[in-house]
Design a protein around this ligand. Structure first.
Ligand code: ADP
Ligand code: MG
Length: 676
């Protein structure tokens, strides 16, 4: 019989109402509670003699009740129960409010363990409402006590009850790690791990338990990624014929950088090699990823086949179309644009032509992956700004064509340690070189007192033919908040201060049609200053944009600031980025200083990882990556590497995990959680 599958309602004190609260935390059974790991631990391991217990601190003491507790009613609804207790070193007064029933629970002459904050003076110590248990029980005193994530209405005591109940049944757990892996990496048994992650017998046991549990999470993660990747590496792909990319370079208005040539060469080698390409092109904003995509589409078309380029927004798709269409035309390649707003008639003819193979290159939004879009001879799918789509959509693209090649492009600079994990399943080309002639965006971090000067600077930029972005962290502000933080209020105030400039407003509450329109007007120069929230982040190209102002810059991650900064400096004019922050914290100042000195997205990402943890890369659910329950990608790097090695080892022996059904199940669960 299994207890771990028992419903949470079987616990004493848990009825329908409390059960709902457990459900809110994702806990339905006793077994789920076992997986609800503590957030941290409260150190109650040390008992103090009363005389030595420091006043003002939380302490455990062992003391004998000296006299029967006495209860007095002070006024209606307020009773006070008092007693005195002693040990060999001294005595202490205990006071409880509104708990008259304690008179029968705390017996004269019996010894109890108490826990609470020592009050009073050195000579006359007191505890108010201390927790207690019979001496020697050791449930809530004399140990490290877990602290759990809770929810309103669910008490710590009840959660402690649930988990202490659950750890009684750890013998029902099945070990999912092979004996030899446990030995090789010095990992304790699952039973020991689960008992001690909740109720560690001492600090060392806790560390052992944590190591095992973190390793296991990473191990499952690494197995999952490798399983996905493997399918890919072994998959056959359409073998294209090689055409020299130089033929394509002829039609470009510029000469490709060394990095671009290298990336094109790598992709061409993949696509002509007989295996299915699965390649990530990673390059900082403005490094020219679009051109790499274009060359690959060209190769597919030269082979008489079809390729698709998918962008996360309509505007971006249109920009891609506008820059690629003339190039393709020069090469005699037919190219079309398909988005959500393509008129029905036009769309029907387009889909018809596509299925006949009369269109070779299709550019669009995720309208492209809909079912009714049927290619005649598909060879290649490209996803731009892939971090916007996440793992699941990436998988969807793979699922679509059995043997079509896949190229994904991303400007999110992922630190190398993490890239290894994330894209262990992909081949990577890095564009580590910017096109020549780019001027570095001059970056300044300033306090709010600079704002009047900023108004003048905005006007100057506009007069010289430049355009300005102003990014605010919020759409609207509440009463009493600084209006500069809100895009709506900022735009209004700015219109009054500099009425001669045309100002636009954009934020996430606008309909996507409206957003497109505003962005379009900005691209066309009808709007000179665009006040916005971060919705402008994705790779839109406005070469005249020369000033980026970010209000309350400390609210953003460095990588995000770097992305925002990448919106300017795309033409030949000197551009500027001004980060406004009122924060005086040394850490914040240091972060912003990184931005003023460093222009390399990878180094900024590394700095961000160190200063902020991996939240920016992974907390953001868009990645579709698993949320680790306990492991921390920025802290536990060496365990991560060990787990990855172990996963490789495991999959060599058992490539589809068919001999490890439990592990396979857990891997699926982990990635399933990520998809919700
Ligand atoms: P991203 O990598 O951010 O997607 P884009 O592909 O949009 O960058 O390129 C940014 C700008 O740089 C575009 O205007 C593009 O035409 C230009 N560009 C790309 N490659 C080169 C190059 N080798 N030389 C000069 N300009 C280039
Ligand atoms: Mg781009």
């Amino acid at each position: 019989m299994s207890h771990l599958t028992d419903d949470i309602r079987t616990l004493r004190g848990v009825g329908e109402k409390k059960a709902q609260l457990f459900h809110k935390l994702g806990l339905f059974t006793l077994g789920d509670c076992l997986e609800h790991f503590p957030r941290e631990y409260e150190d109650r391991s040390r008992f103090y003699p009363i005389a030595q217990a420091p006043v003002g601190e939380n302490c455990c003491i062992l003391a004998t009740v000296a006299q029967p507790p006495s209860t007095r009613l002070i006024r209606k609804g307020l009773s006070i129960t008092k007693l005195r207790a002693f040990d060999e070193s001294g005595q202490i007064d205990l006071v409880y409010f509104n708990q008259p029933y304690l008179s029968s629970q705390l017996r004269q002459g019996e010894e109890y363990a108490f826990f609470g904050k020592i009050e009073g003076t050195l000579l006359k110590k007191q505890l108010t409402n201390p927790q207690f248990e019979p001496a020697g029980r050791g449930m809530i005193t004399g140990r490290l006590l877990p602290v759990y994530r809770l929810t309103g209405g669910l008490s710590r005591t009840l959660m402690l009850q649930a988990t202490s109940q659950a750890v009684q049944y750890t013998d029902e757990l099945t070990e999912s790690l092979d004996e030899d892996i446990r030995q090789q990496y010095d990992l304790c048994h699952i039973r020991y791990a689960y008992e001690n992650i909740h109720y560690p017998i001492h600090q060392e046991a806790l560390e052992k338990a944590r190591k095992r549990v973190i390793f296991e999470e990473f191990f499952q993660f690494a197995c999952g990624l490798q399983l996905m990747g493997q399918q890919n590496i072994t998959a056959r792909g359409i073998r294209l014929t090689w055409y020299p990319p130089e033929d394509f370079y002829q039609v470009l208005p510029f000469s490709p950088t060394g990095a671009q040539r290298r990336a094109v060469h790598e992709a061409f080698a993949d696509m002509t090699g007989g295996k299915r390409m699965s390649r990530l092109v990673q390059g900082d904003v403005g490094s020219g990823k679009t051109m790499v995509a274009a060359a690959c589409l060209w190769l597919a078309a030269k082979n008489g086949m079809q390729g698709a380029l998918m962008a996360p927004t309509e505007l971006l798709a249109r920009q891609h179309y506008e820059s690629l269409q003339p190039l393709m035309e020069q090469c005699g390649i037919s190219c079309a644009l398909l988005t959500g707003s393509t008129p029905k008639k036009q769309r029907e003819t387009m889909l018809e032509k596509l299925s006949q193979g009369e269109i070779s290159v299709l550019i669009g939004t995720h309208a492209l992956i809909e079912n009714n879009v049927v290619f005649c001879r598909p060879a290649l799918t490209i996803t731009d700004e892939q971090h916007r789509f996440g793992v699941q959509q990436r998988q969807l693209l793979w699922d679509k064509g059995a043997d079509t090649h896949s190229l994904v492009m991303s400007a999110t600079p992922i630190p190398r340690t993490l890239a290894l994990m994330l894209y262990g399943d992909l081949q990577v080309s890095v564009l580590d070189e910017l096109p020549p002639g780019r001027k570095q965006v001059e970056t300044y971090a300033v306090p709010p007192s600079y704002r009047p000067r900023l108004d003048a600077f905005i006007q100057k930029q506009v007069q010289e033919g430049g355009q300005v972005y102003i990014v605010c962290p919020l759409i609207e502000t509440e009463e009493g908040e600084d209006e500069r933080q809100s895009a709506v209020a900022y735009a209004k105030a700015l219109e009054q201060r500099i009425p001669q400039v045309s100002i636009g407003l954009m934020h996430g509450k606008l309909k996507s049609r409206e957003k497109e329109q505003v962005m379009e007007d900005f691209v066309q120069g009808k709007i000179q200053v665009l006040v916005s929230t971060t919705v402008i982040e994705v790779g839109v190209n406005v070469p005249r944009a020369s000033l980026m102002i970010v209000e309350d810059a400390d609210r953003f991650g460095l990588s995000q600031l770097h992305q925002l900064r990448g919106r300017v400096g795309r033409g030949d004019r000197q551009s500027y980025c001004v980060l406004v922050s009122a924060s005086k914290s040394a850490k914040t100042q240091e972060r912003l200083r990184v931005m003023t000195k460093c222009h390399d997205g990878f180094r900024i990402a590394e700095a961000d990882l160190k200063l902020r943890g991996p939240g920016d890369f992974f907390g953001d659910r868009q990645h579709g990556l698993p949320e680790f329950r306990i492991a921390d990608l920025s802290q536990d790097v060496s365990l991560l590497q060990a787990a990855q090695k172990a996963a490789q080892q495991m999959l060599r022996q058992d490539p589809d995990l068919s001999s490890h059904p439990l592990l396979l199940e857990k891997v699926k669960q982990l990635f399933h959680r990520a998809r919700q």
